[in-house]
Every structure is written in structure tokens, then in C-alpha cells.
Design a protein around this ligand. Sequence first.
Ligand code: TXA
Ligand code: MG
Length: 326
Amino acid sequence: MVTTIGTNITLAASILANNQLVAIPTETVYGLAANALSSSAVSSIFEVKKRPFFNPLIVHVSCIEAIEQYAEIDTISLQLAQRFMPGPFTLLLPKKNIVPDIVTAGSSKVAIRVPNHGITLSLLQQLPFPIAAPSANIFGYVSPTTAEHVFDGLQNAIPYILDGGPCAIGVESTIVEVVNDTIIVHRTGGISVEEIKEVTNKKIITLQNKTKETPETPGQLMSHYATTIPLIIGDNIEQLIHQYKEKRIAIISLSNGYHHYPTIKTFPLSIHNNLKEAAANLFATMRLVDALDVEVILAEIFPQEGLGLAINDRLQRAQHLYKPIG
Ligand code: TXA
Ligand code: MG
């Protein structure tokens, strides 16, 4: 199958209506989309991504009003939706029967979001069904933030990539569930915990840094976002440089250029120390560094505030596979 990259929304809609897959731009990362109401279309997502079936998918809709066709929405969830949708924010809600079990991996809850990207919103408005879409990468690898990243991983496996330019946010959506007046953050992402706190006085619990290989809240596998070259994180990069001094090193940092190590290639994600800018550059930089002739990638631990939580979460998951190195 030849993969085309283009900006034809009508063509993308007709391919999806034909139960085939299209990669779509969102403000977070590119998604691998299928008709969410067709079990067979959704099953192709798992095949193409080589993703285990126990890992459920997010359903994307065009507006908040569309959510209630697919899920029951409570008052607090609705309040959060009104503040953060469209945007990098996903709600986990009790699903309605119309959503096929394959989408939720048999769970009675469905994850739903309204992406904030003009092209994909127009696409959703044209379609008579919602879209199920995980990130458009081969399972376990770094998520794509450009159409070219998608092409690198999925060329010849899907017919069409809808090109919406580089993703503005660059990390996945924050996944939230309201349980008995408590807000559970299942995945940190493009909306920070601080922003959620501004909207509500409910208790917020962040479920992060889980170490399970088979997650209870599915999908939060540790070995995710992994580069092919071993990636090690730490808050003392100088010490890590010393530890790995026999190896060819690249560094991912917030703003430090580590200029006193002229032979080490360093990639600051934001010279302005801006965590939003850093998040937007994270995955593209991980891919870039992964293509270099180095033996180990060292990454700083980012400040644990704002989008720093999501950045650290992704780096920790990338590191997980390589813990034994040393
Ligand atoms: O920003 C995003 O959310 C991107 C774009 C494409 O929308 N999508 C994305 O999808 O990151 P994916 O499949 O890579 O990650 C979705 C996460 C997984 O960790 C999955 O387990 C969780 O959402 N999830 C989806 N449905 C769920 C459900 N019913 N119950 C629990 N977790 C769910
Ligand atoms: Mg993913």
C-alpha cells in the first residue's frame, strides 16, 4: 500500500468512511484514526500499530455536545469539559452501548476528547461517526508530532496521512476521571494539574510513575515512548557523564548547553526555560537524537511543575527498558 501525505480533508473522510485508517493531526500528537463505531476498522488500528488489544483507545468527537451520544457525563466532568475542550484533555466516562467493546478493551468506561486542531475538527464535523485514535506510532516507540514522523513509522501500512503541520502541544492529552467527587489524573499531559486546580476545589490524585507491566488502568505501560538508543534520566547530569564517559553521549536538557563538554551533543528543549516550549520539542528531539551516532542518551529530570510532570513521565517511560545498563 502506498502512503500519501496531503491536506485533503474530504479524501480523508471518504477513506475513514470506507473503514480504512488515516493518520490525523491533533494539537498533542498525530493520531492513527478509524471509525470508532466499526469494530473491524478499529481492529486494523491494533494490527497496524502492533498494539496489544488490552490497551483501549481514545474516542475523538467534534464538540462537547457530542459526548453524550457515547457516554454518561456527570456535572464535574462537564465543568472540566467546558473549561478544557477542545484541548489536550481526555475524560474517562461510563460508556454507552453504541461504543464497541474493542475500543475500550472491554471496560465499561470510555476515554473521550475533543481535539483542538482546525483540520481534524473539520474532518470530525464532516463525519457521521466519531474517530478512535491512539498515537500514530508503532507500539512502544516515541509518539509522532509531524506528518513525517508518522510516515517514518507507518509508511506502506496506511493509505493517507492528513498533514496539519507540527503539533503545538507536543505531549499527549491529560486523562482525567471523576470518581466520588475526586479527580483522578490517569495520565499527565498537555493540561497541567495546576490548571485543573484552578477550575475546581475537588481533591486531585495523580496516578503517575506506575511500574506495572500489565496496568490496571490499561495503557499506562512503563516501557513506552522508548528510543532505540538507551535513554537514562537523572538530576545530576555531570555525574551521569562521568559514569558513561567511555560511551558516545547525547544530552536532552531543559536549557543547559553543557558547553564545557564540547564533544557531547546537547539538545536543550527550551533556551527560555519554558516548559510548554520544552514539551512541544520533546518527541521530535527524542527522534532526532535516536538517529545520531551515539551510544547513550542522558536526559535531565525536568522541574516537577506545569508540563514538567508530563515531560518527566514520558522520559521515565522511555528509560524503563534500559534500567539494567551500566
Ligand atoms: O493526546 C492524545 O491523547 C493522543 C491523540 C492522538 O489524541 N492519543 C493518545 O492515545 O495518546 P494513546 O492510545 O497513545 O493513549 C491513550 C491512553 C492509553 O494509555 C489508554 O490506556 C488510555 O488512554 N485509555 C483509553 N481508553 C481508556 C479506558 N477506557 N480506560 C482506561 N484508560 C483508557
Ligand atoms: Mg501512545
